[in-house]
Design a protein around this ligand. Sequence first.
Ligand code: V47
Length: 367
Amino acid sequence: MQDLFGHSELKDIAKKVYDGERLTREDGIRLYHSNDLLNIGRMANYIREQKNGNHAYFIVNRHINHTNICENRCQLCAFGRDADDPKTYVLSLDEIEEKARSCRDEKISEIHIVGGLHPELKLDYYQEMMRRVRRALPGVIIQSFTAVEIDYLAKLHNLSLEEVLKAMMDAGLDSLPGGGAEIFAPRVREIICDKKISGERWLEVHKAAHRLGMKTNSTMLYGHVETIEERIDHMLALREVQDETGGFLTFIPLAFHPRNTQLETMKLSRNTGYDVLKTYAISRLMLDNFDHIKGYWIMIGAKMAQVSLSFGVDDLDGTVVEEKIAHDAGADTDQYMSKERLVKMIKAAGRYPVERDTLYNVLGEGF
Ligand code: V47
């Protein structure tokens, strides 16, 4: 295998990868500076197949965004709005229950609820939300609330992170999604999300969840003002926590969409196909202690997601049904993809489709 790298500038990194040696910060930066996309992909695919064979996972899930009112109004976000904006909404508990109930026949295994930081929605609203979703969809895994929302509730009620997480778990919360991580570097946060919790606090929330036995996801929002070094440092911070807790299920690179955000005027170029594939492959190589890398088709398009299955990705996320965060920012993808289409896409990439639940328990395969 290594012979293929005979004349490659990446030969020494390839040796490490095939010898099972951990890559360093410098290796990650060099990979990003290289244009040898096929060899970067080849290495990532080797690790991907070592960890997950030919499996390509997907989930039958539904997203709900309960409110777009948000106190933070991050520069990166087109979804959050001020309370007096005519386009705001808050879903009532009845409406949320109805949305959950409406997908009973779809046999979904996960419900994913995230929203803005609304000062009038208190812990009891969220607990009742969990109880009602649980009642509407018994057996479904509730993966809800970003670390940012958990921190907000802790501050709102003067509670510790553990107290908020425990209260939510008692009401039915199973797992936290990976949103809100953005890029951990303070320099970047100052520009793209100046009121959001720090990267350190984001990691603290996830560590607290892991200590309570919860599994969680992680993300990185890329393609705005961050440097290559800041992307690699973000991955390394996650790798360090994973060494400590083993609580992360997956890593999801999220491609930045500028439309309707405060960053739109900076004329940031949308992520290129090359950058998207490199980012998947490099994260697969750097995050040696993560089992899964997710290619979220909503943000990169179905075709790019399919190709990513050869560049380190082993999971395409799911049916989703309703998506507002990327679409408010200009995503031109559909909001829903049927299970049949996910399966077809996976098979056409030569992979073996596996339906999973949030925790990667297998619910069906082959198809
Ligand atoms: O937290 C916000 C990002 C996240 C934009 O855990 C943007 O399985 C691109 O975290 N352009 C929400 N991205 C989505 C998210 C997610 C999605 C799917 C699966 C999982 C998971 C998590 O989207 C936000 C933020 O990081 N985001 N605005 C934007 N303009």
